[in-house]
Design a protein around this ligand. Sequence first.
Ligand SMILES: Nc1ncnc2c1ncn2[C@@H]1O[C@H](COP(=O)(O)OP(=O)(O)OP(=O)(O)O)[C@@H](O)[C@H]1O
Length: 573
Amino acid sequence: MMKLAKRMNGLAVFGAILFMVIQVIGDLYLPTLTADIIDNGVATGDVDYIISVGIKMLGFSLLSVAAATANVYLASRQSQLLGKNVRSSIFKKVSYFSNDAIDELGTSSLITRTTNDVVQVQMVAMMALRMMIMAPIMLTGAGVMAYNREPKLASIFLYVLPILAIFMVAIMYFAVPYFKKMQSKTDRLNLVFREGLTGIRVIRAFNRNDSEIKRFDAANKDFADTSIKANTIMSFMMPVMTLIISATNISIIWFGGHYIGDGLMEVGNLITFMTYAMQILMSFMMLSMIFIFIPRAQVSAARINEVLETESSVKDPEKPVKVQMADKGTLEFDHVDFRYTGAEQLALEDIDFKGNKGEMVAVIGGTGSGKSTLANLIARFYDIESGSIRINNVDIRDMNQKDLRSLIGYAPQKAVLFTGTIRSNMQYGKPDATDEEIWHALEVAQAKDFVSELPDGLDSNVEQGGGNFSGGQKQRLSIARALVSKADILVFDDSFSALDFKTDAALRNALVPETKDSVVMVIAQRISTVMNADTILVMDGGRIVGKGTHEELKETNATYQEIMNSQMREEEI
Ligand SMILES: Nc1ncnc2c1ncn2[C@@H]1O[C@H](COP(=O)(O)OP(=O)(O)OP(=O)(O)O)[C@@H](O)[C@H]1O
């Protein structure tokens, strides 16, 4: 919590505390003036005295209200700014995470941490600036003032405060564990909700609505049960507090009344004492509330710090090398081994190949053979275990990730589009791309026809996740986006899979003149997509089991022949 609290503006925090102290002084002084006005003004009928002390009281009240307003303003502003600051730090941090760090923390949990956890911290920051410092000062100040006024009556607190303390400790003991659990339950709730929303079509297609609803209800019930338990315990607080406050007031009036009757005390003092008693009990309650909320916020702060302190395993080098791919350009895998974090087996083993500028390297293989993993390594989404990946003879680990990725145009297996327009999506990798460049890329990607038929053309809306386009259209837009960037290395990860044979063929033909200045890697499942490649890598179980041209592999490679036989009719081959 303290680590995060350091992000607040020191001067504003000091201001909030200063105003709070002024408010407390005002609040503590007012009851004394009340006693004064009653005992020396009302009791003696001295109107002048009443007016002068009344004005004084008004002045102190105004000062107290102004100070409280300033304190609340600064406290809420600082806590909101803290929330904003932490949220952007998390987002910034996560956007530079290596993929395994994201895999480890989980997307749903990252969302909960950025939203719900930050709110918990924000709330406690607000409470801290408002109450955490005010409560002890008020408690001590009101205690001293009450004792100075009437030491005889002050002994009541020797009985009341321990009872209150025992009650509060009991509440904390039972409620805090439930409050702590609530964050992980929120994670689970968000995970199930997110899966239910993103997978809604599959859920409907498989008629799994009922079981998904049950799964959500279970997570929802779990969260609600924990929350109800915590709040049930908390619900004892108000009635018991009211009881204790009433009992204290009755005792004060009982004993105070006797003292007044015996001429040992004045009426004004009794009223003042009761006000201080209220302040003492309220401060005590505030303090206890803070102690109940702090543990939950502490859990949230730890979860936030875990994200902020996670170091991406993929790091930029101290002395980065810049690579220019002007005349010549190569992409080379040199005996690369790679393993996912925590996995026992290598996902890729001894991957060795080279692609030159103007050449197409195709990768084919069964599902799970490691094709996408290989593509992900080029952009250094993960670091390899041994061997080396080189661009123009420079190891990609010796380059800045930003520089490296600016060399790469990437169309992922699952086409990802962003909310906005077609133009904004096309300019994602090249913000200054002109309409002419965009239309050209769309033409090559076989997307020109359907985009030009849209009433708003390039200004047509793209809904969340590209939901208003078909799978094949999304793929073509994603390919066009990669082409707009005119990158030196183009990676198409199974991006032709949703295209029909005719479009696939037209796209590949159109790609040839476009990509003569790039190293192109095409990952595919279909023989027809890869057969014209300069080098075809046949993958199986994370290894390259065949390397060569279509003509070579169809004669010599059993795995390639197997794939070929399963896909093509004799005459096509
Ligand atoms: N993030 C990950 N963490 C752990 N293992 C993974 C991860 N991603 C993939 N794998 C594993 O690595 C292996 C290769 O997966 P990869 O996605 O590269 O296969 P692929 O050839 O692209 O398959 P497909 O054609 O079905 O997309 C698989 O066994 C898979 O289970």
